[in-house]
Design a protein around this ligand. Structure first.
Ligand code: UGA
Length: 440
């Protein structure tokens, strides 16, 4: 199949590359010439395990092309995917101006001679966006152009995006047009996964409802964690016990500092705004957000309670990325926490296996903190160690060595990565989320 992807951000680039990997002919379009040049040089602008090799392989095989020309993209693709950003506006609703612009650009590139095209929305959008895209394309296209509009939400996670795309749990697309449905089915033929075909509106809603449900699971376990702290129970055991029920499942029940990233915070806000505009105030999701925000505040108050004053205290922070296996620091709880500690005068040294450069560039931390090269240089001389991101490397650190290097014995583990008994055995006073304090 001939496919084009407009927008080579996280979603566009990984989706386009994986489509090429399964044998489709893919043209990726981006309006940023530097980014396109980087990709043509075989480099990728993000850290995503396995992606660079796949890009190189498929470019070399002639199945994956990059261009700045939307016209070339529309000409080369029977199916044109839109994968551009849908950022939040100050009131939480979604800024759809990039989608609208691309819909217009695609429309003017269509010709009656180019035949039937499918325009697929891959970006996360509010329900009824497909209807707007169809109206827009119809308005700006020349008479006689034939097209269908489809919604095809993505469910990839940063850090495991390639695997999520090549081996998905499910494929969902919404189409109100039989010709579009058939072409979409052909695109997904090489993938071994159940395919759910719905109407456009349901597919759009599935994306927001899925992300909100996952965020709800996280806030739920964090709320239960608070009860654990007050009662002496252990959230890890509680999560295991409730997760053994197949109807609940253990996944996404990891208590911690709460969710961050480019998706959950934005999507939950958007879903609240959409529901509100449709006449349903989604109070449950407002609570999910509130619990998530409070999680960081409560954690900081634990640190404050022990260190008494943060002014001039040396604090080592492990983790800058919003989660493990990524260099993405968007809406990173680690970065927010660091800024809050800096505001109280703490001296912060941080280490992240991949996100140092992005934290300097986008986290507004350059010149404000010291960036360490590894766990051990990070903790040297520190009075307290804070674990803010769930990198496996932090769980495997040599605690005896860490204790030797630090000048005091406090650990605040915001991701429950370390065994509380092991920490206490090494002489630490160990605080975590939803578990009893050890070594005090
Ligand atoms: C999320 C969804 O998991 C994907 O299915 C979806 O496609 C994607 O958003 C999107 O909308 O594009 P992602 O943001 O990459 O993917 O990361 P997750 O692995 O879902 O983690 C999100 C946040 O939740 C992280 O900050 C993580 O630390 C936190 N988290 C996750 C917890 O605090 N506890 C958990 O049990 C799981």
């Amino acid at each position: 199949m001939k496919i084009s992807i407009i927008g080579t951000g996280y979603v566009g680039l990984t989706t386009g590359t994986c489509f090429a990997e399964v044998g489709h002919e893919v043209t990726c379009v981006d309006n940023n010439p530097e980014k396109v040049q980087t990709l043509l040089d075989g480099k990728i602008p993000i850290y995503e395990p396995g992606l660079e090799d796949l890009v190189k392989k498929n470019v070399a095989a002639g199945r994956l092309k990059f261009t700045t020309s939307t016209e070339e993209g529309v000409e080369n693709g029977d199916v044109v995917f839109i994968a551009v950003p849908t950022p939040p506006q100050p009131d939480g609703s979604v800024d759809l101006s990039f989608i609208e612009k691309v819909a217009r650009e695609i429309a003017v590139c269509l010709t009656p001679q180019s035949g039937y095209k499918v325009i697929v929305d891959k970006s996360t959008v509010p329900v009824k966006t497909g209807e707007k895209v169809a109206e827009t394309v119809k308005r700006y296209a020349k008479p006689g152009c034939e097209f269908g509009v489809v919604s095809n939400p993505e469910f990839l996670r940063e850090g495991s995006a390639v695997d999520d795309l090549l081996n998905p749990d499910r494929i969902v697309f919404g189409s109100n047009d039989e010709r579009a449905t058939q072409l979409m089915q052909k695109i997904y033929e090489p993938f071994v996964a159940p395919v759910l075909v719905t109407d456009v509106e349901s597919a759009e809603l599935i994306k927001h409802a899925a992300n909100s449900f996952l965020a709800l699971k996280i806030s739920y376990i964090n709320a239960v964690g608070r009860i654990c702290e007050k009662s002496g129970a252990d959230i890890e055991k509680v999560a295991e016990g409730i997760g053994m029920d197949d109807r609940i499942g253990r996944k996404f029940l990891n208590a911690g500092l709460g969710y961050g990233g480019s998706c959950f915070p934005k999507d939950i806000k958007a879903f609240i705004a959409i529901s509100e505009s449709l006449g349903y105030p989604f109070d449950l999701l407002k609570q999910v957000e509130q619990i998530n925000d409070d999680q960081r505040t409560l954690f900081l108050s634990k640190i404050r309670e022990k260190l008494w004053v943060l002014q001039d205290k040396k604090i080592a922070v492990l983790g800058l990325a919003f989660k493990q296996n990524t260099d993405d620091v968007r809406e990173s709880v680690a970065i927010k926490l660091i800024h809050e500690m800096l505001a109280e005068g703490a001296q912060v040294t941080a280490y992240d296996p991949e996100a140092t450069e992005t934290a300097k560039k986008f986290g507004n931390l350059d010149g404000k903190i010291t960036f360490a090269e590894d766990v051990y240089s990070c903790v040297e001389g520190a009075e307290a160690l804070v674990i803010a991101t769930e990198w496996p490397e932090f769980a495997h650190a040599d605690l005896a060595k860490v204790r030797e290097l630090m000048s005091a014995n406090l650990i605040f583990d915001g991701r429950n990565l370390i065994d509380p008994v092991a920490a206490a055995n090494q002489g630490f006073e160990y605080h975590s989320i939803g578990r009893p304090v050890t070594g005090a």
